[in-house]
Design a protein around this ligand. Structure first.
Ligand code: SF4
Ligand code: FES
Length: 235
């Protein structure tokens, strides 16, 4: 790949042509929040939390390839407002009862809500009636917490197998669905991978949710994004 110059927040950085803006920023110690993005799988740009001002337009950093002399701004008050509003909407349209969730402290949505100092959403809670699918011996799916990011569908847990997760229904009835026949013999490793793929507490390994006590989890200790912001420039 050829080398290009990308200006991020007023500073020129050398980058490989075609690398996504999100990656270029992260490699240079600049954090951009994400939810539907998962390292190693093709980005789909659906959550819009990574929206940045790119050459004057609001675009998703996870799906926009960097180009020579591109100008990127990652943190204006307008962008922060867009991100905070998306996070509030996700809280209002699902049933995210963080204190009772096994992923509390390890949840990207909760961690972003803390980062954006969300108190009470400006939108009314919808409290939708959603169920929980606990048929699989190793994992359960809690539809109440699913933000429909599709990470579990897009990530192949095993290279030679298609994903065992699919969407069913449409519109506001869309739900994640697990193929119970194919996943009847899910082993612990696959179950853990499935749980780690989910940014929230919608895929939970049975009997493992509290192995790490609340208070000692990833975002209990360090705010989301601090690993990127603290590492500085790497390339
Ligand atoms: S189950 Fe988790 S990974 Fe899958 S779509 Fe829902 S939130 Fe995303
Ligand atoms: S992380 Fe870029 S759109 Fe979701």
């Amino acid at each position: 790949m050829s080398k290009i110059l990308v200006n991020i927040n007023g500073v020129d950085y050398s980058a490989e042509s075609g690398k996504m803006v999100l990656k270029v920023a992260n490699e240079n110690g600049i954090y951009i929040p994400t939810l539907c993005h998962f390292e190693g799988i093709k980005p789909q740009g659906s959550c819009r939390v990574c929206t940045c001002k790119i050459d004057g337009r609001n675009m998703t950093a996870c799906t926009t390839p960097a180009s020579h002399r591109m100008v990127v701004v990652t943190d204006t008050a307008e962008l922060e407002k867009i991100r905070a509003t998306i996070i509030e909407l996700l809280f209002a349209e699902g049933n995210h009862f963080c204190p009772a969730c096994e992923r509390s402290g390890n949840c990207e949505l909760q961690a972003l809500a803390y980062r954006y100092k969300m108190m009470v959403p400006q939108f009314p809670y919808l409290f939708p009636a959603k169920d929980l699918d606990a048929k699989n011996p190793k994992i359960m799916i809690d539809h109440n917490r699913c933000i429909l990011c599709k990470r579990c569908i897009r990530r192949k847990l095993e290279p030679d197998n298609p994903s065992w997760f699919v969407f069913k229904n449409r519109g506001n009835k869309t739900q994640i669905n697990l193929d119970h026949e194919l996943t009847a013999d899910f082993d612990d490793e696959l179950a853990q991978k499935a749980m780690d793929t989910c940014p929230v507490g919608a895929i939970i390994r049975k009997e493992k949710g509290f192995d790490v006590p609340i208070g000692e989890r990833k975002y209990d200790k360090n705010p989301i994004g601090s690993d990127i912001e603290n590492k500085g420039v790497t390339s």
